[in-house]
Every structure is written in structure tokens, then in C-alpha cells.
Design a binder for this molecule. Structure first.
Ligand code: NAD
Length: 364
């Protein structure tokens, strides 16, 4: 079996789906690894860092691959070059991607999108949403620290005492908790907020204070549900007062399959301190702040709102290491007795499947 990865071509994408460590593990399983030349370079893995791996140009890699691993969907034309029956794994973003699914079915490909994996204990080792959200949360807080006009930590110096920044993290999922942990390490005074009651303990265990706004909205599968109009109004009213004290707000709130909840209104931003900064990690799905523009820096009065995109690609080495391990752990489910034989009775295989031998399985 030939396992392959290409150099990612999406704008700004620096990660790679197969790292030297994972290439070695694949070789250890008796698989052949063929990568596009330079596939790992922008992640910090030059070709020479891969042992016992073959390199070729993109067209040759595509033509030989039995199992193609990607970070984000490649150009649709890549699927057209794969041999019939080949398997594609990665973050295929199948929601609303009719064209991509059509390409996958045309070539009779079998494909798996790891964002579709259930968030179960067994799936954790291949959970790309978690591994990449942790990178994004860390990076979002560093961007906040870099762009804020204040220090994060308290400093006692000959020039006087500097008070620590007050930081709020909205949404205490995987990204939010990592953002909190990062702000703590930088010495900020930090509070966390979420609508799932169980996050209180998680926020507090990181040494942050939990901001209680009296709205609780636990959904299914460990996720939040969307708030009702009344709940949203109550949340906004309670939050408006609190927001006035913070120097930095990092927002990460999301509800699966829905646009990001709008939590911070324009009026709330108007009430924030001069110099305050919002880093809206939900920018990709529309933003948690009404004023967020994806990928842009917005100045609103004295407040700045950043909507960074694809934050995980900004720490490509470790993001790739974690991602590639996720890929390896998932690939282990597909290869049995030296052949590519996905077991569709396994719920992890069945639930992440987008197309199977050219049949569309994913129901958007
Ligand atoms: P997510 O990206 O869907 O959402 C981020 C956070 O935003 C969540 O904590 C959510 O509660 C919060 N949120 C949603 N609407 C909000 C609102 N209106 N106001 C404030 N906060 C709001 O979530 P995620 O980080 O992917 O993880 C969510 C859950 O999945 C957690 O319970 C986590 O423990 C669980 N999880 C389980 C596994 C596993 O067992 N394999 C892996 C990862 C995560």
C-alpha cells in the first residue's frame, strides 16, 4: 500500500499531513510512503528529515497513491488524478461542498473526513478538531498579547508597578481552555465563560475565575446548543456590564453545524475600555462579535477587533505533528492484513465516511 501526501496549496497553509515521525511509523507497518517534494518544508520538515520515504512530483504522487492524506481539501482536480478506488483522508469540509463530493464519487473514491468523527474517548487519538483547536487557542492568545497595548503580567519595577491585564475567554471548549492556559502562563488575570455548566470546573482548574452569567445551554454530545432569543438577550445584558473591565477578550464560542453565535454586540464594544482588544477565533464561521470581519483588523472607536483565520497553520510544526498522529491513528483503522479494508461496522469509520467506492455517504 502506498500512503501519500502532497504539499498543501491552500493560501497560507503551512501544515503537512505526514511528518517524519509518522512516515517512520507507517514504514514500520510495512507501508510505502511517497510524498511530493517539499511537502513538509513549510512546516519545518525538509525532505532530508524524512528517512526511507520516496519523493516525487505532485502528478506522480497522485497517480501512485492508494491512501492520500491531506490537511485541508486539495484542489478538486487532485481527485481526478487518483486511481479508482483510492482512499482519501483529512479534513474534507464536506458541508455544502457538493462539487468536491461529486469529484470524489466520479473517481469511485472512498473518503473520510476526520472532522466528522464522534467526540468519544476512543476517537480522541484521531480527533483533529481537538488537536488543531488547541493550537488555535494558544495562537489566539499570543496574538492578543502581541497586539494589546498593555503587558499581560504584573510587573514591579523601579519605574513603578504595572497592573496585570484582565483577560476574558468566551467559550471554554478545547480552544478556549488552551487560550486560558496560555494567558495564565503569560501572567494575566483571567476569567472564562461558557454556557455549558461543566466548564466551570475546567476553567477553575486552570487557575482562572469562572464568569457566571446565569445562562445554561448544554446540548448533546458534550456540545452547547444554540440559545433561544430570550436566553441570548439575558446573556447579552449580563455580559455588557462585565465587558467594561476587560483589556482583552478572546472569543471561541461555536455550536456544531451552525454559524458562530453572536455574543458581543456593537453596543457592548462601544462600552469597552479604550485600547481594549477582541480576538475573535470564531471569525471563520462568522464571528462571535458583530463587528468582526474575517481575516481583518477592525478599529471601532478605541477598540480593536481581530478576526484571524486558520490559526493552526501559524504554528505549523507542532500542529502538523499532532495532525499527522491523528492521521496515523485513523489510518490504522483502515489497513487490515496488509490491505486497505475499512471496517464499516466500526462507528469511527462509518461516521467519518464521506464517499464509499464512489457512493456519497455523507448527508450534509
Ligand atoms: P466547540 O468548538 O463546538 O465550541 C467551543 C465552545 O463554545 C464550547 O465549549 C461551547 O460550549 C461554547 N459555546 C457555544 N455557544 C456559546 C454561547 N452562546 N456562549 C458561550 N459559549 C458558547 O467545542 P469544542 O471545543 O470542539 O468541544 C466541545 C465539547 O466536546 C467539550 O465538552 C469537550 O470536552 C468535548 N470534547 C470531547 C472529545 C472527546 O471525548 N473525544 C474531544 C474534544 C472535545
Amino acid at each position: 500500500i502506498t500512503v501519500s501526501a502532497l504539499r498543501e496549496t491552500a493560501a497560507g497553509e503551512r501544515r503537512v499531513a505526514i511528518t517524519p515521525e509518522v512516515a517512520k511509523k507507517l514504514r514500520g507497518k510495512g507501508l510505502r510512503v511517497v510524498l511530493e517534494r517539499g511537502a513538509g518544508t513549510s512546516a519545518g520538515f525538509p525532505d532530508a528529515s524524512y528517512a526511507d520515504v520516496e519523493f516525487a512530483d505532485a502528478a506522480q504522487v497522485i497517480a501512485q497513491a492508494d491512501l492520500l492524506a491531506c490537511v485541508v481539501p486539495p484542489h478538486d482536480s487532485v481527485f481526478g488524478g487518483l486511481r479508482e478506488g483510492a482512499v482519501v483522508i483529512g479534513q474534507l469540509r464536506p458541508h455544502g461542498a457538493a462539487e468536491r463530493i461529486a469529484q470524489l464519487t466520479q473517481r469511485k473514491l472512498t473518503s473520510f473526513s476526520l472532522e466528522l468523527l464522534p467526540r468519544t474517548t476512543r476517537a480522541q487519538a484521531m480527533d483533529v478538531l481537538s488537536s488543531q483547536a488547541a493550537v488555535a487557542g494558544y495562537r489566539a492568545m499570543l496574538i492578543a498579547a502581541e497586539n494589546a497595548p498593555k503587558f499581560f503580567p504584573m510587573l514591579t519595577t523601579a519605574a513603578g508597578t504595572i497592573r496585570p491585564s484582565r483577560v476574558l475567554v468566551i467559550g471554554a471548549g478545547v480552544a478556549g481552555l488552551q487560550a486560558i492556559a496560555t494567558a495564565r502562563r503569560l501572567g494575566a488575570q483571567i476569567e472564562g465563560y461558557d454556557v455549558r455548566p461543566e466548564t466551570r470546573e475546567q476553567v477553575e482548574s486552570l487557575g482562572a475565575k469562572f464568569l457566571e452569567l446565569g445562562v445554561s445551554a448544554a446540548g448533546s454530545g458534550g456540545y452547547a446548543r444554540e440559545l433561544t432569543a430570550e436566553e441570548r438577550a439575558a446573556q447579552q445584558q449580563a455580559l455588557a456590564d462585565h465587558l467594561k473591565v476587560f483589556d482583552v477578550v478572546v472569543s471561541t464560542a461555536a455550536v456544531p453545524g451552525r454559524p458562530a453565535p453572536k455574543i458581543i454586540t456593537k453596543a457592548m464594544v462601544d462600552g469597552m475600555k479604550p485600547g481594549a482588544l477582541i480576538v475573535d477565533l470564531a471569525a471563520e464561521s462568522g464571528g462571535n462579535c458583530e463587528l468582526t470581519r474575517p481575516g481583518e483588523r477592525v478599529g471601532h472607536g478605541e477598540v480593536t477587533i481581530l478576526g484571524p483565520l486558520n490559526l493552526a497553520a501559524g504554528a505549523p510544526l507542532h500542529a502538523s505533528e499532532m495532525y499527522a498522529r491523528n492521521i496515523f491513528n485513523f489510518a490504522e483503522l483502515l489497513v487490515r492484513d496488509g490491505a486497505l479494508q475499512p471496517d464499516f461496522n466500526d462507528e469511527l469509520v462509518a461516521k467519518s465516511c464521506v464517499t464509499r467506492n464512489g457512493e456519497a455517504v455523507f448527508q450534509g
